[in-house]
Design a protein around this ligand. Structure first.
Ligand code: FRU
Length: 506
């Protein structure tokens, strides 16, 4: 316990020392959660607890590269404004000496429990030489956590066609008298699968079954599973590693998918339908959901991708979270929309109606690096149209969203977006009454586009130069912007959080 506290205090100091320098970087995000300094990956322990949303995340407080994992921590009253909190978990015991890997949170008897994977390297090869176990930490106040003396609470993967070394990322929830937990896993011959357990007391767990498994091109390992009930269906979310590209799909190194079905809690099997992508852009991985006091299912994901170039690393930080997204079910498919609370960040509305566009057009007051925009476009007779963000014509810089009417494809092209990784991603999108509805969030080095009321989403990091802030609409034949609304957005990080960290460490 003492070592855990010391490791946390030392890591907090490191982050605090660097954060003022990091804040100066023009790619810092104004209204997305990102580490104050150094590295962030998966969201962890996302939960509504004592009237506030808590979000933890995989964090290396010592470097903008991945390394020994800590749990960073932030909280929010409204999913729009955030407060950074001191680090919650640090490697400190033999069973988690090389990292507190991903996991989740659950409330029990008024206390907040974090369930996570303890990771230990047993040799130099990080694919084969590792020992993973499942662990618990508990807090009374939601800020300071102690690891349980019973740890590790799960020591070995179950017998059967289950890889003994790769089982991780517990997501825990309550159903009836039992707590349930899913774990990411793979078979011995490298097919992704998810394990289901149950427990009464969170400490003693009974393995029920392999709840779902990938057949065919569905990856060699499924990370970060999550199961929840929505509108009479059970939904499984998972992050399959290594799905191979097929046509326009699966061009990221790893994917984030879902299936909809019915979970038999007695035998532990999910009967489900087709695999669907959760996001069609470049940077979306390891999503995790929670349910709040209003019964809403909210999802947040890491807005980055493994092994993708991250130009912000040279400014001392790396990685960010997507916006919190509200999940609803429509005809057996998930709709994904930004949470409505984000409207509180809007300032300076600019709006247009019935604007005809042909060729390339800029609109008065529609430009910037940090904004929200909603636009409904009537395609009329056009065969190709769209918009360009982050434009600087002198430097030939732009981020392109173009819609092809005949192919029914929306393309996100970041080959000329500035620094960093390029590439093209495509999403199948049908016009509705010949209309395309786009809801965009641009935040200095990120773009999220919600299409046709959340039927599809495309998310990507882009790294434009400071000057590249113009927005153009374009069309090969006349289109009509039926309505367009654009808002500037306020920053969302409270200085209080800095005081809290300062109080704890100085
Ligand atoms: C997913 C993941 C998890 C693991 C964590 C380590 O991005 O690989 O499976 O727990 O990251 O940081």
């Amino acid at each position: 316990m003492v070592r855990h506290r010391q490791n946390i205090d030392k890591a907090n100091k490191e982050v605090y020392k660097k954060k003022t320098e990091v804040e100066k970087n023009h790619w810092r995000l104004a209204y997305h959660m990102a580490p104050q300094a150094n590295w962030m990956n998966d969201p962890n322990g996302f939960i509504y607890f004592n009237g506030e949303y808590h979000l933890f995340y995989q964090h290396n407080p010592y470097s903008p590269e991945w390394g020994p994992m800590y749990w960073g921590h932030a909280k929010s009253k409204d999913l729009a404004h955030w407060e950074h909190l001191p680090i919650a978990l640090a490697p400190s015991e033999d069973y988690d000496v090389d990292g507190c890997f991903s996991g989740s949170a659950i409330e029990r008897d008024g206390k907040l429990y974090l369930m996570y994977t303890g990771n230990k390297w047993t040799g130099d090869n990080h694919d084969t030489d590792l020992k993973q176990v499942q662990c618990l930490a508990v807090s009374e106040d939601g800020i300071s956590f102690n690891k349980l003396t019973e740890n590790p609470i799960m020591t070995d993967a179950p017998a059967g066609d289950i890889h003994p070394n790769h089982w991780r990322d517990p997501k825990v929830w309550k159903n009836g008298e039992f707590n349930f937990c899913v774990l990411g896993s793979k078979t011995n011959d490298e097919k992704g699968q998810v394990l289901l357990y149950r427990s009464v007391n969170l400490i003693d767990w009974e393995f029920l079954n392999v709840v779902a498994k990938g057949e065919g091109n569905f990856g060699y390992m499924w990370e970060c599973p999550d199961i929840f009930h929505l509108n009479g269906n059970d939904v499984l979310i998972m992050s399959p590693q290594g799905v191979k590209p097929e046509g326009d799909l699966y061009h990221n190194l790893h994917q984030a998918c879902y299936v909809v079905g019915t979970l038999d809690y007695e035998i532990g099997v999910l009967n489900h339908g087709e695999f669907e992508l959760l996001d069609y852009g470049f940077d979306f991985y390891a999503p995790q959901t929670t349910i709040d006091d209003k019964g809403r299912r909210i999802m947040i994901a890491w807005m980055a991708m493994w092994e993708s170039e991250m130009p912000e690393q040279k400014y001392g930080w790396a990685g960010a979270m997507t916006l919190p997204r509200l999940l609803t079910m429509n005809n057996g498919k998930l709709l994904t929309e930004p949470v409505p609370e984000l409207k509180a960040l809007r300032k300076k509305e600019v709006s247009f109606q019935n604007v005809l566009i042909k060729g390339e057009v800029k609109l008065e007051g529609v430009s910037g690096h940090c904004l929200e925009m909603e636009v409904t476009i009537d395609a009329k007779e056009a065969s190709s149209f769209g918009l360009k963000l982050g434009v600087n014509q002198q430097q030939n810089e732009e981020t392109l969203f173009s819609y092809n009417v005949a192919d029914e494809i929306l393309t996100f092209d970041r080959r000329r977006s500035g620094e960093g990784p390029g590439g093209i991603r495509k999403a199948p999108v049908s016009l509705q009454d010949n209309l395309l509805h786009l809801h965009l969030f641009i935040d200095n080095s990120s773009v999220e586009v919600f299409v046709q009321g959340g039927e599809k989403v495309l998310t990507g990091r882009v790294y434009p130069s400071v000057e590249a802030n113009e927005i153009y609409f374009f069309a090969d034949k006349e289109i009509k912007l039926v309505t367009l609304k654009k808002w500037g957005l306020k920053g969302v990080f409270s200085e209080l959080s800095n005081d809290l960290v300062r109080d704890k460490i100085i």
